[in-house]
Ligand binder design. Structure first.
Ligand SMILES: [Zn+2]
Length: 112
């Protein structure tokens, strides 16, 4: 898919921001991923709005990725900080809760 002309690239009308899951490294539309924010020392929060300030990382809405990210240290690596046991437990609870919510994307109607 290499184009020879570098000039005047067509503008894609519908710009869908994409992010990479830090666990499986798949690139997906941002809205299909869950943003996590390193809000303060050792504290990581789930950012449903996607607008919280702080260092962010993204995970798929898949318990597997959460397990990898939270328990296997990928999240700590991505956020470049330690995650407290408390935050970790909270995140895993969230990650497990994702299961069963298949196809149900109406949890937060965050369309801007
Ligand atoms: Zn993933």
């Amino acid at each position: 898919m290499k184009k020879s002309s570098s000039a005047a690239q067509p503008v894609i009308l519908k710009h869908v921001p994409e992010r990479t899951c830090i666990a499986c490294h798949e690139v997906k539309p941002k809205r299909e991923l869950v943003r996590l924010v390193y809000s303060s020392e050792g504290v990581v929060e789930v950012d449903a709005s996607g607008r919280k300030p702080g260092r962010g990382a993204y995970l798929c809405q898949s318990p597997e990725c959460w397990h990898k990210g939270v328990n296997k240290g990928k999240l700590e690596h991505a956020l470049r900080g330690k995650i407290s046991a408390e935050s970790r437990a909270r995140l895993m609870k969230f990650g497990v809760a994702i299961r069963g919510g298949e196809g149900a994307s109406s949890r937060t109607g965050g369309i801007s």
